[in-house]
Every structure is written in structure tokens, then in C-alpha cells.
Design a binder for this molecule. Structure first.
Ligand code: G3I
Ligand code: 9MR
Ligand code: ZN
Length: 557
């Protein structure tokens, strides 16, 4: 029986007691759930049309984001663990999938290990990296861009994405995602994912995050407390292995967003690491305080822009209020120093972002941290602030639920939001939903968050799993220099593609994606399409956050 690529499923599977829905694109009919082991039909029914996914209505519905006429196979009543597929009467079958409770453990571990593959300044040994091993890279010192006679030691950290740049803001938020998931559901993180630190008695998630934290400490100016915005070459290199890039490295000028993210994540990391390594934790707290002092001395510094002779990633963000809010919140949480609380009260009188996650706008990290501080009664808190933050958070969660309920694939984004890094936008939404479920116990938030994992793993208009190495129909030609240059057919595993982007910002996208393609289908699994098919550490970490939560939740069901 042939595979019908219009049957879109979570290609990993579904957990035993969850809703289990497949989306049919432009097909419909009677379907059976077949148990692979004994070839028995364990459930059958008719696909339902859209709107209320559980009812059978006559009108078909065209999903705006994909242009698909969608209908649904609901087999939620099937709960026995096993391997299955969907047979659509007379129209082929789906890929196989699992029903079980441990299915997200491997997804979580793969996404975390994906960060190991991004390590810079070290050899990736075959013992841990398998065929994706490579020699040590980027050990050269970096010239201070504004004072190139002076160089600094900056080895370590993670390559940002498909390029070899290392960017303070992107790195800090990536670490924050890992630490926040550890803080809330750290039990799921083990010490055995086969990285060099495995078995050292510390969860590998914290070992991996420490790689970036130690690099971030190197890009802080110890005198001023300022944080260099990035360490990159002046131009993107060709599609070569990291150890073959020898161009000069530069530490580009300090920025407020770098200092803000740095101060926040260092204070956060102090809380998390102090029970494992007090000296390291204290170093990070001191660095956080110093970065805050730099912020106080630089209240109005303009946002970072690439100098004329530099064209690597910019991560331009003129608005540093949210980063400053996040820094103040995390520092207040660990010090109780009222100067931070006073800043929080002042900045909340503005329209500072308080609900976003990801790179750029990041106020959601601040809000949740303040709410968690209040809930844990860690410091004196302001009830009014709690009310304002919680209201904004839950309003955003309700907005995401409404968007997902009106989307043919239950994605928590509007068609216009399929831009560069749309899988991050989708999983950032899931992060907020999970945190909102934490704050309220509202099951709808949790269900819609898990729906985003279904999207990432195959239940999407492309019918593709967006995480390399996971799924039957899986992205592989990612814009990722090592994956392209290493001579290994399979991409480096555990890396999530940026996903559909209607802006078509690269030549490959322009040539392979036809004019007028619906937003959620503006994707091409081609190495040249960096605006739809690159990978990035801060795309991996929100997906890791969601997968870790799903694993945590299932270990309790
Ligand atoms: O979201 C706004 C939208 O509201 C606005 O109307 C529109 C106007 O053009 O811009 C939208 O912002 C887009 C933004 O991504 C958010 O999606 C920008 O157009 C788009 O240019 C921007 O792309 C960024 C890209 O670098 C180019 O600057 C990506 O977010 C960012 O993830 C990507 O990051 C690169 C690094 O620079 C280098 N390393 C690889 C990494 C991933 O591709
Ligand atoms: O590889 C680069 C990728 O990391 C960036 O996101 C992207 C946009 O800044 O640029 C990529 O580099 C390309 C450059 O912009 C144009 N020449 C080809 C480079 C490799 O695709
Ligand atoms: Zn490197």
C-alpha cells in the first residue's frame, strides 16, 4: 500500500491519554487505525470536516495559512501502546507512528544533543559525535573591533546556527530556555545523553548550558562590565567545516541588549548552578551585577548595527527596555536589592514587552520570573505588578488558543507570522502556553502547546518533520555548514529547521517556491535556503523546552 502524503501525523506519535488527530489535506474518507504488529484494525471512522474538529459537518473548510481543504481523523480513543498507521480507504496509508508515554524522551535528548554538535573551540570526538565528528575550531583570539591591537581569548560556546558566528543575545536566550525548563521540570534531564560530561553527576542539560555560559563570561569586558554583541569573522565564510575557517575573529562593540540578556541569564544561572558549583555561580552573579552597572551607565546607547565592513548576523534590536527589565528581575530575585525592584516598577510604566520569548523581544522571560518569584515568595513583591504581568501573560495565552483553534493545523500563529524562524515563533507560543498552564491549570493551554509539537514533528502543511534525524519524512538539507561540508549524507541530527517564511529572503527560496504559495508552504528543504531552512540554537531551545515538558508530563500520566 502506498504512502499518502496528504495524511499529516505527528511522525513520532501520540501519548496514550492524549487527543490523537491526524490532518488530511485535500482528501477525506473512511479511515482505519492498523496495529503494525498484528495488522489488526483497532479503530475505524470517517474523517470530520473543520471548525469543531470532533463533529461531522458538510461544509469543507479551506485553511488560510496552507490553502488546504482540511479534515480530521480523530482516533483519540485508541490508547494501547503500540506502533500503528492510518489506512485511508482506497487512498493509501500514513507513515507509522507510536502510541506510548515515553515517545518524547528521544525528541528531548536529540534537541539537547543538537546543541553539543554546535560546540565551538573543541574537537567533537567520534565517541560522542559519531560521523559528525570534527576537529577543534576557532581557537584564535578575537580582535577588539574598535581597538584591533587588543585581542581577547574567546574560545568556546556554540556556533549560532548554520554559520559559525557566536552572538551574545542569541546565546543567552538559548541558555535561558534550558535553565527555565530545568527549573520547572528538571527531573526529565538525565546525565547520559552521550556528551563528554555525561556521568559526572550533573544533568547533561546543565553541562551543555555551561558551555555557553563560560563563553559568555569571556565576552564581558571585565573593566567596564559591557558585553560584546558578538564574536564573528567580518564576512560569512563559504560552506566549509568549522576547523577550515581561519579568518580573523572580531569582538564587535558592546550593546545594551547583550548586557541585558547577559545580566539576566547570569543571575538566573547563579540560582540554578549554586548547588552544583558555588564558585562558578558566584562568578556569574558578580558578572551579572557588573553588566547591570554598565547598563546604568549606558541608559540610552543606540542599538547594535553592523559596521560597514562587517556583514555577519546583526541581531539588531534598538529597544533594550525588555532586556533591562529581564536583567533587573533576575537580579532582584537573587539579591533582594530594592534598586532592581524600583527599576522594574519604573519600566513597567512604559509599553515594554512583557509576553514575548525568543530573540529580540524577550519580556516573557522577565514576567514569568517575577511571577515565579512571587509564587515562591523569594522576595518582597508587588501585588499590582503580579496582576499586571499575569493578566498580560494569560491574555496572550488566550490569543494563542484562539489562533490555534482557527488554524487548520492547530498552529498557534497567523499566516502573516510565517516569517524567518517561524518554527521558533510556534514553539515560543507553546512555551508561553505551558507557563500559563503552570500558572492556572487550564488544560486547554497545555493541549494547544502539545499541538505545536505535533506540528513540528509532521502534522503540518508540508507533512515534514522539521527536526533533523527524527521522523519518516524529515528535513535533511538544512542550511548548516557542517551538515553540508562533512560528506555525511544525513544532516547533523537534532537540529530544527527555521521553517516556512513567506518573505522568501534568499535566492533558493525565490527559485523553488512559486509566487503565491500560501505562507505555511513557503518552505524548501534546500541547503541554499537560509531563510526557510537554516538551523539555530535559539530555535532548538524553545523546541527543547516543549519536548522536555511533554516528556515530563507523560512520565506522570
Ligand atoms: O517580524 C517582523 C515583522 O513584524 C515586520 O513587519 C517585518 C518587516 O520586514 O520584519 C519582521 O522581522 C523579520 C525577523 O527576522 C523576524 O522574523 C525580519 O524581516 C527578518 O529579516 C529577520 O530575519 C532574521 C535574519 O537573521 C536576518 O536578519 C532572523 O529573525 C534571524 O533568526 C536570523 O538570524 C541569523 C543570524 O543573523 C546569523 N546566524 C543565522 C541566524 C538564523 O538564520
Ligand atoms: O550562512 C548565512 C546564514 O547563517 C545567515 O542567516 C544568512 C543571512 O544573513 O546568510 C548566510 O550566508 C549567505 C550570505 O548571506 C550570502 N552569500 C551566501 C551565504 C551562504 O548561504
Ligand atoms: Zn567554531
Amino acid at each position: 500500500m502506498t504512502y499518502n502524503k496528504n495524511i499529516h501525523i505527528n511522525q513520532v506519535g501520540y501519548t496514550k491519554n492524549d487527543n490523537k488527530i491526524a490532518v488530511l489535506a485535500n482528501v477525506s474518507g473512511h479511515f482505519k487505525i492498523i496495529n503494525v504488529k498484528n495488522n489488526q484494525c483497532v479503530f475505524e471512522g470517517d474523517s470530520k470536516t473543520c471548525k469543531n474538529k470532533g463533529t461531522s459537518q458538510n461544509e469543507s473548510c479551506i485553511d488560510e495559512a496552507s490553502g488546504d481543504v482540511v479534515s480530521y481523523c480523530d482516533f483519540s480513543s485508541v490508547s494501547e501502546a503500540g506502533e500503528y498507521y492510518i489506512e485511508l480507504e482506497g487512498q493509501g496509508r500514513s507513515y507509522t507512528f507510536l502510541i506510548d508515554n515515553g515517545i518524547y524522551t528521544s525528541v528531548k535528548n536529540a534537541l539537547l544533543k543538537g546543541l553539543y554538535y554546535q560546540r565551538c573551540g573543541v574537537e567533537l570526538e567520534e565517541k560522542y559525535a559519531g560521523p559528525w565528528a570534527h576537529a577543534i575550531c576557532h581557537t584564535n583570539q578575537a580582535k577588539i573591533y574598535n581597538n584591533p591591537e587588543k585581542t581577547i581569548e574567546v574560545s568556546g560556546g556554540w556556533h549560532d546556527a548554520g554559520d559559525y558566528g557566536r552572538y551574545a543575545t542569541a546565546g543567552a536566550v538559548s541558555v535561558a530556555d534550558i535553565l527555565l525548563s530545568y527549573e520547572l521540570f528538571g527531573d526529565v534531564y538525565t546525565d547520559d545523553i552521550q556528551i563528554p560530561e555525561s556521568g559526572n553527576g550533573i544533568p547533561d542539560a546543565l553541562d551543555e548550558a555551561r558551555v555557553e555560559l563560560e563563553w559568555l563570561l569571556k565576552v564581558q569586558d571585565n573593566e567596564t562590565g559591557g558585553v560584546y554583541h558578538k564574536v564573528t569573522t567580518k564576512y560569512f565564510c563559504g560552506m566549509i567545516m568549522p576547523e577550515d575557517e581561519h579568518d580573523d575573529l572580531y569582538a564587535l562593540p558592546e550593546s545594551a541588549v547583550a548586557a541585558g540578556d547577559f545580566a539576566a541569564v547570569m543571575a538566573m544561572a547563579y540560582r540554578i548552578y549554586k548547588k552544583y558549583d558555588e564558585t562558578f555561580a558566584n562568578t556569574m552573579l558578580a558578572a551579572a551585577k557588573k553588566a547591570w552597572e554598565w547598563l546604568e551607565k549606558n541608559p540610552n546607547i543606540p542599538g547594535f548595527k553592523n559596521p560597514q565592513d562587517v556583514s555577519t548576523g546583526e541581531y539588531g534590536d534598538p529597544n533594550s527596555e525588555d532586556e533591562r527589565l529581564w536583567a533587573a528581575t533576575e537580579l532582584y530575585r537573587v539579591t533582594g536589592d530594592d534598586k532592581y525592584h524600583l527599576y522594574i516598577k519604573e519600566i513597567l510604566k512604559t509599553d515594554v514587552d512583557i509576553v514575548s520569548f525568543g530573540w529580540g523581544s524577550i519580556g516573557g522571560y522577565a514576567s514569568f520570573s517575577y511571577l515565579r518569584m512571587a509564587e515562591q515568595k523569594e522576595q518582597v513583591f508587588d501585588d499590582e505588578i503580579v496582576n499586571v504581568l499575569k493578566k498580560a501573560f494569560l491574555n496572550k495565552a488566550d490569543e494563542l488558543v484562539s489562533i490555534a483553534n482557527n488554524d487548520g493545523y492547530m498552529a498557534d500563529v497567523l499566516p502573516k507570522q510565517y516569517r524567518w524562524g517561524s518554527t521558533m515563533t510556534i514553539t515560543n507560543g507553546a512555551q508561553l502556553l505551558i507557563l500559563s498552564y503552570y500558572l492556572t491549570g487550564n488544560k486547554e493551554y497545555e493541549e494547544v502547546a502539545i499541538d505545536q509539537l505535533h506540528y513540528i514533528l509532521g502534522r503540518n502543511p508540508m507533512g515534514i518533520s522539521y527536526i533533523t534525524g527524527i521522523g519518516s519524512n524529515v528535513v535533511n538539507n538544512v542550511h548548516h555548514r557542517p551538515s553540508d561540508a562533512d560528506g555525511v549524507e544525513k544532516a547533523v541530527p537534532g537540529l530544527i529547521s527555521g521553517g516556512p517564511n513567506w518573505s522568501l529572503n534568499d535566492e533558493a527560496a525565490k527559485s523553488f517556491i512559486k509566487e503565491g504559495t500560501p505562507a505555511a508552504k513557503c518552505f524548501v528543504d534546500h541547503v541554499g535556503s537560509y531563510s526557510t531552512n537554516e538551523i539555530a540554537i535559539y530555535w532548538n531551545t524553545p523546541a527543547l523546552f516543549v519536548a522536555a515538558y511533554a516528556d515530563y508530563r507523560n512520565s506522570r500520566n
